[in-house]
Design a protein around this ligand. Structure first.
Ligand SMILES: Cc1cc2nc3c(=O)[nH]c(=O)nc-3n(C[C@H](O)[C@H](O)[C@H](O)COP(=O)(O)OP(=O)(O)OC[C@H]3O[C@@H](n4cnc5c(N)ncnc54)[C@H](O)[C@@H]3O)c2cc1C
Ligand SMILES: *[C@@H]1O[C@H](CO)[C@@H](O)[C@H](O)[C@H]1NC(C)=O
Ligand SMILES: *[C@@H]1O[C@H](CO)[C@@H](O)[C@H](O)[C@H]1NC(C)=O
Ligand SMILES: *[C@@H]1O[C@H](CO)[C@@H](O)[C@H](O)[C@H]1NC(C)=O
Ligand SMILES: *[C@@H]1O[C@H](CO)[C@@H](O)[C@H](O)[C@H]1NC(C)=O
Ligand SMILES: CC(=O)N[C@H]1CO[C@H](CO)[C@@H](O)[C@@H]1O
Length: 738
């Protein structure tokens, strides 16, 4: 610890930072006491080097860690959850409150007989946290409090950086943020989207109008507090769906404006730092979950949307799914040759390669494990070049090699004269009553800049919602649309993770978990003989902070012991093509109920993932269940492994009333505005147009009729390609000229 008591490499930051979290001093004190119990200073293992020694000596209570945790929690967690958490922290700062929340462990035979939480010794505090994690019958949802603090505590501890963009733990946990190899970041004269880009956050009333006019848009400063902006097509969202729609519609000669609430980053801008990247590129900074805290949800929010952070897996829509959508769901598009050729166009444009020269450590593990078990393992095509090898693409691709929409479709769009407004958030669609069915006339949006004082009203013949499955429904609902499928049928492709530790120097695949192409191989569980199983196994990419945030905490020592193995821990996940579904009608209010069928499939997939890790030579394997479920697997007998696997289940979340719990993850959201062959079957028709409002189309993952079962990007882009091609044809025919 440094002389001023601060985290060794974080000095200098403390004084400059101004915190606005609104925690009282005693609440911060309680929080710090909890963090210290999560991450206690402890003696290091024998013969440590300097970095290991200081890692073991470091404490979660060192300034500014608790302040940063408080700040981030207030910014990212729902307000109701925070109010409750603050009450608990306040109680813990008093003796009676601590007794109430923690029980008899706060009592002492000696004066003062009762201790407040922060006055308790580290051992007792650790015991209390262990109890919280295991408590399922209590009058306050203490497990949720446990989860909220634990997640943020580890996330901040392993992602906070100093002015040199370093975190004091990284050397010890074997993590290194490498700038990409020299040659690949070419200095650019102009950013690829420059000529069509308007970063509204940089503009003021004075400059904004001029800028719009210079980009050949008809703009009017209206008396009623709006800037009116005229175009043929306005597209909300620039992700997989929006990017493709922008390219196609501008390509057919229409004046297209894309509005995106996120910002624009070019490869050189990406810091690759886990903390800032999550903040800049992900919805709610990567801290988003279902209301019950059971499923952690990741979605992109930047120019390029999910395609800028995606894990490079480019998989075509499986034939059986296409048939189901065309036949059972009666949507001809998915049985058409148009759709098949759209997939070719999409793969071509984003440059999908069929093989990978040098697979990373985690994918090698998956491949070797499958091969040793005689299981089928498939190679996943990537849109990046074959020797693409930078496992940090989930934080933006620094080499510019991975082709997200921001380096493909959106470039085509601006070359065709489309404009992209960033820092600009759509608020509601402009709907007019007309002859029984509404007519959509555009969208009203807010620019982020405080010096743009008016709202923006985009007037267009056609309006396209491409906000993704979590945000298209809230926008439709707040615009007054009422079809009952809006915001329902939300599929998440829920994921359960398994881990395996592979000491280096052994006969296991070489490399580090955060290097190499992210997803290059895949195992379909149904290939082992149960054709009804809907799970697949792939590898998961996580920086140390996200890993620590999710990894089960059972004690301070255990967590530190695990974290120094981080580079050699492979994470595999079981992902299910979910029949279960959830709802999202208001922003950030996501519910989801996983049913027994899906749970069963997920569990089968998870067991399979563990078998694969063992077969690949893991020394120890485990799940992410709260009790740290794991087994030493070196040379394990099959019968013992199977006995362990019998105990591997798909438990409930932190709010469930069962002894063990787990956090599920989701990076694929679909279906929340699904296409249907009539109004009772879906929120939009088979052309993607709202049943209720003419001229309003949806062009993102929310229109997929069901869950897909594989990584969805190619399917979303191909669907968007078909939907927008038809819109273009209709515009040509003058269908929307009224
Ligand atoms: C970490 C991660 C890894 C992934 N890896 C893969 C992979 O390897 N392979 C694969 O196939 N898929 C992958 N996916 C999934 C894929 O990226 C998404 O399914 C896909 O991006 C969804 O496309 P979309 O068009 O529906 O929405 P998005 O791409 O999410 O785009 C929506 C955009 O709309 C913007 N927006 C939302 N509301 C508004 C508003 N009101 N006003 C203005 N703008 C708004 C958002 O900021 C966002 O940029 C991954 C996803 C994540 C998060
Ligand atoms: C990397 O780039 C720098 C500056 O352009 C150059 O000096 C250096 O030699 C390069 N290193 C390699 C390995 O190419
Ligand atoms: C907008 O502002 C950011 C910093 O806030 C700057 O990096 C960027 O270059 C600006 N863009 C334009 C077009 O001026
Ligand atoms: C996501 O990444 C993959 C692989 O790098 C790429 O093929 C795809 O184009 C990206 N997403 C989109 C929407 O382009
Ligand atoms: C799970 O949900 C799907 C779709 O609603 C249904 O077909 C299946 O029977 C359900 N399974 C169970 C066990 O309820
Ligand atoms: C097969 C194919 O399209 N390969 C392309 C993949 O993307 C790289 C660039 O990233 C192209 O050079 C390849 O031609």
């Amino acid at each position: 610890m440094a002389e001023d008591g601060s985290h060794p490499l974080l000095r200098g930051r403390t004084n400059q930072s101004k915190y606005i979290h609104g925690f009282s001093t005693s609440q911060i004190q309680s929080l710090a006491a909890i963090c210290e119990a999560f991450i206690p200073p402890i003696p290091s293992p024998p013969n440590p080097n300097q970095s290991i020694r200081s890692f073991y000596a470091a404490s979660g209570s060192q300034s500014p860690v608790p302040q940063e945790i408080a700040e981030k929690m207030v910014k990212r967690y729902p307000a109701e959850a925070m109010s409750f958490l603050k009450i608990v922290l306040m109680l813990l700062s008093t003796k009676l409150g601590s007794l109430l929340v923690c029980g008899f462990i706060c009592l002492d035979t000696k004066w003062p007989f009762i201790h407040s939480f922060s006055d308790l010794g580290l051992n007792k505090r650790e015991k209390i946290l262990q109890k919280w994690s295991n408590t399922y019958k209590s009058f306050i949802p203490i497990r949720v409090v446990f989860m909220m603090i634990k997640l943020m505590c580890f996330y901040i501890f392993f992602s906070l950086t100093d002015e040199n963009a370093e975190n004091p733990t990284w050397e010890a946990v074997g993590y290194e943020v490498k700038p990409p190899n020299n040659g690949s970041v070419k200095p650019r004269k102009q950013r690829p989207l420059e000529k069509g880009l308007i970063e509204t956050q940089n503009e003021s009333d004075a400059t904004f109008m001029e800028l719009l006019k210079s980009k050949v848009l008809e703009v009017k400063d209206c008396e009623d507090g709006f800037y009116d902006i005229k175009c043929d097509v306005v597209i909300v969202g620039s992700g997989c769906g929006g990017g493709v729609a922008a390219a196609v519609l501008s390509g057919s000669g229409h004046k297209v404006v894309v509005i995106e609430k996120g910002h624009y980053y070019v490869p050189e801008d990406y810091s690759l730092l886990e903390g800032p990247s999550m903040d800049e590129l992900y919805e709610n900074g990567g801290i988003l979950s279902t209301l019950d805290g059971k499923i952690t949800i990741f979605a992109g929010s930047t120019v390029g949307g999910g395609s800028s952070v995606n894990w490079s897996a480019a998989i075509k829509t499986p034939d059986d799914v296409l048939e189901e959508w065309a036949v059972d769901k009666k949507i001809p598009l998915f049985g058409s040759s148009d759709y098949r050729s759209a997939m070719e166009v999409v793969c071509d444009r984003i440059g999908v390669t069929q093989s990978c020269k040098d697979e990373g450590f985690q994918n090698k593990v998956l491949r070797r494990g499958c091969e040793n078990l005689g299981l089928l393992v498939e190679t996943i095509p990537q849109n990046a070049s074959e020797d693409h090898y930078c496992g940090s693409c989930c934080y933006g691709c620094r080499t510019g090699d991975k082709k997200g929409t921001d380096s493909t479709w959106l470039v085509d769009a601006v070359n065709n004269g489309a404009l992209i407004l960033t820092g600009c958030k759509a608020e509601r669609f402009v709907l007019e009553e007309s002859k029984g069915r509404k007519r959509c006339r555009g969208v009203i949006a807010n620019a982020e800049s405080r010096t743009i004082t008016r709202k923006l009203r985009f007037k267009a013949r056609v309006t396209v919602s491409a906000c993704g499955s979590l945000l298209t429904p809230p926008l439709m609902v707040s615009s007054g649309l009422t079809n009952r499928h809006i915001g329902r049928n939300l599929h998440l492709h829920p994921v359960l993770l398994a881990w395996g530790y592979f000491p280096s120097g052994s006969k296991t695949p070489a490399g580090k978990c955060y290097e190499g192409g992210i997803i290059t191989s895949l195992h379909k569980v149904r290939s082992i003989g149960d054709p009804s199983n809907r799970a697949i196994v792939e590898v998961a990419s996580m920086g140390p902070a996200s890993f620590a945030a999710l990894f089960p905490w059972v004690s301070g020592v255990d967590m530190k012991d695990q974290m120094i193995k981080y580079p050699r821990i492979t994470k595999l996940f079981s992902l299910v093509r979910d029949e279960s579904s959830g709802q999202v009608q208001a922003e950030g209010k996501i519910t989801y109920r996983l049913n027994e069928t899906d749970k069963g499939n997920l569990r089968t997939g998870l067991r399979q993932a563990l078998r694969i890790l063992v077969a690949a030579g893991a020394e120890e394997v485990g799940t992410f269940r709260n009790d740290g479920q794991r087994i030493k697997s070196n040379g394990i007998k099959n019968i013992d492994l199977e006995a362990f696997l019998d105990t591997v289940t798909a438990p409930g979340g932190p709010k469930s009333r069962s002894e063990n719990w787990i956090v599920y993850c989701s990076a694929h959201q679909m279906g929340s505005c699904r296409m249907g062959c009539n109004e009772n079957e879906g929120a939009v028709d088979v052309n993607g147009e709202s049943w209720e409002a003419r001229g309003l189309f949806v062009c993102d993952a929310s229109i997929l009729p069901t869950a897909l079962g594989v990584n969805p990007m190619i399917t979303i882009e191909s669907t968007a390609y078909c939907v927008s091609t038809k819109i273009g044809q209709a515009l040509m025919k003058g269908v929307f000229s009224d």
